[in-house]
Design a binder for this molecule. Structure first.
Ligand code: KG4
Ligand code: ZN
Length: 333
């Protein structure tokens, strides 16, 4: 089965073709980093305008690289939500137009489900497992019983972990996206130089990152923006506080749900310190942990195509009634 996936929920304009397996035939990701970098975060209006410019070339390039003519596709999948409404609408409109022109079935995919499904492009893992989705918009723990069957185990009560990285990076004058530049700046730094608070300690599987962000902001206001070795220590200590919290809560949730397999997904899952620490601690506790490769952690269309293929195989066709839904819940899709 050949499936085209389209992802435009935030600031990546992406398309991919997957074959049975799922085997990735081709994927294109047009990043908008240069568009949003001057603002230190995604500007929704600029994002949707850029998607409008990129979507047709991205689709043409992906189909050409896959060596697939549109008429040979078995179906089309597109991220229907959650995300920025203006961005989502471009992807959904393009998917509908293609499905209509080619006479193909069309399915809307939940972006959170797609992140959790990315791992299947590289490995295989049995259900049920614990899923941690950790990105710019989400920090949630799920009991995952199937490709679109989740139960919420914990969530952030305020900022997402990626949002905390992005906001603190902005205060430090580091480049967008903040998670990447904080990880870079932290290289060689001492993660125990500053004892940042570990939010929501104890037996709770919810997260909170706004207190940690405030603590970093207060320190920067008092002491000024560090440079050189002090910047490496600051960013390494901040990163350690975020990673420590994610690792502790994930292991607690796995124990509580009696799950011995963990999948980590979303942009922050590309963070090397998180990958190393969670892998070491989970393995020590007798748990299996899987991360998709870094390029499949951040937003991409391969994960959308792979999940769409499972929906299409199950006979689903959402037809032209499909709508973008900025607030699509993890329970739907
Ligand atoms: O999944 P994603 O591409 O988009 C959303 O669905 O939000 O995640 C983007 C988030 C941003 O907040 C970015 O700073 C963070 O993921 N991120 C990272 C790293 N790479 C991306 N955070 C920490 N370390 C990284 N290496
Ligand atoms: Zn995402």
């Amino acid at each position: 089965m050949l499936v085209l996936g389209i992802e435009t929920s935030c600031d990546e304009c992406a398309a991919a073709v997957v074959d049975d397996g799922p085997v990735l035939r081709a994927q294109t990701v047009a990043s908008q980093i240069p568009v949003h970098a001057p603002y230190g975060g995604v500007v929704p209006e600029l994002a949707s305008r850029d998607h409008m410019r990129s979507i047709v070339p991205v689709l043409e390039q992906t189909l050409a690289e896959a060596g697939v003519e549109g008429r040979r596709l078995d179906g089309i999948g597109v991220t229907a939500g959650p995300g920025l409404i203006g961005s989502l609408l471009i992807g959904v409109a393009a998917a509908k137009a293609l499905a209509w022109a080619l006479g193909k079935p069309l399915v809307g995919v939940n972006h959170l489900h797609a992140h959790l499904h990315a791992v299947f492009l590289e490995s295989s893992i049995d259900y049920p497992h614990l899923g941690l989705v950790v990105s710019g918009g989400h920090t949630s723990l799920f009991q995952v019983a199937g490709p679109a069957k989740l139960d919420l185990v914990g969530r952030t009560l305020d900022d997402a972990a990626g949002e905390a990285f992005d906001k603190v990076a902005k205060l430090l004058g580091l480049a967008y996206p903040g998670g990447v530049s904080i990880e870079e700046a932290a290289r060689g730094g001492d993660p125990s130089a500053i004892r940042f608070p570990r939010p929501m300690p104890g037996k709770n599987t919810d997260f909170s990152f706004s207190g940690l962000k405030t603590s970093a902001a207060v320190r920067l206001k008092k002491e000024g923006v560090p440079t050189g070795r002090a910047l490496a220590d600051f960013t390494a200590s901040f990163q350690e506080a975020v990673v420590d919290t994610l690792v502790r809560k994930t292991l607690l949730a796995a124990r509580r749900c009696r799950l011995d397999r963990i999948v980590v997904a979303g942009g922050v899952a590309a963070n090397t310190r998180l990958r190393d620490k969670l892998t070491a601690e989970a393995t020590g506790a007798g748990l299996d942990v899987l991360f998709p490769g870094p390029a499949l952690c951040t937003d991409n269309a391969a994960m959308v195509a792979a999940l769409a293929a499972t929906h299409l195989c199950a006979g689903r066709d959402d037809g032209f009634g499909l709508d973008a839904d900025a607030g699509l819940s993890w329970q739907n899709g």
